[in-house]
Write a new protein. Structure first.
Length: 215
């Protein structure tokens, strides 16, 4: 039965399942040697490290009514979107687990409100990159270097659970996602996140500044 479901309901490439895979060079290989070399040394160091790291900072989030609707609708699927707008203190914890690099972003807003967005970046079998959330929400990403920034841009969306992978049309999602990591020097970097829906326009925007861990 599981085999039948896998063949009938599986869409898109699979993730590499090797837990012993060396993740330190995954982003570099996907971006390509020349583009990787064009990035600041600090950016390359952040995305090639295997030791756990904690980044502290602050973020400002903007949500349209559609962005709020998508954020709460996706809450059972790993909560991949921020749940409230405005300014918040933020902590990002990075480590290696579940066959990839895990990112846990905790936001602490007004009145003590807090929530966490958790995902894992995993290599696909065809050499591309997945962003996988706990509830099965998955993005297939393009990764590139753009004027010194490392850019992740969604190409396809899936809901995946067990042996089932269903591709989601873009109109059923918050839109095309783009994340930019830009080094600011002196151990600081800017993180920007945007979702642009083909009918509803920009649904989510987030801008944050973080600091490298103190050695």
């Amino acid at each position: 039965m599981a085999f039948a479901l896998t063949n009938v309901l599986w869409s898109g490439p699979r993730a590499v399942e090797d837990e012993d895979h060396d993740h330190s060079g995954t982003i570099a290989r996907i971006v390509g040697a020349r583009a990787w070399a064009s990035l600041p040394e600090a950016v390359r160091a952040r995305f090639s490290r295997t030791a756990p790291a904690i980044y502290e900072g602050a973020a400002t989030t903007q949500l349209t009514w559609a962005g709020r609707a998508f954020a709460w609708a996706l809450l059972p699927f790993g909560s991949p979107l921020p749940l409230f707008a405005g300014e918040a203190r933020a902590t990002v914890r990075v480590g290696v687990k579940h066959g990839g690099t895990s990112w846990a972003r905790e936001y602490r807003g007004p009145f003590g409100l807090a929530f966490e967005v958790r995902s894992t970046k995993r290599l696909s079998e065809d050499g591309r990159l997945f962003e996988c959330c706990a509830g099965g929400w998955t993005m297939l990403l393009d990764v590139s270097a753009d004027h010194g920034s490392l850019v992740f841009r969604s190409r396809r969306f899936f809901w995946r659970m067990g042996g089932v992978s269903i591709e989601l049309p873009i109109w059923l999602t918050p839109g095309i996602a783009e994340v930019r990591h830009t080094d600011m020097g002196e151990g600081r970097f800017r993180f920007t996140l945007s979702f642009d829906h083909p009918w509803l326009g920009r649904t989510v925007f987030q801008d944050g500044v973080f600091e490298d861990p103190v050695r």
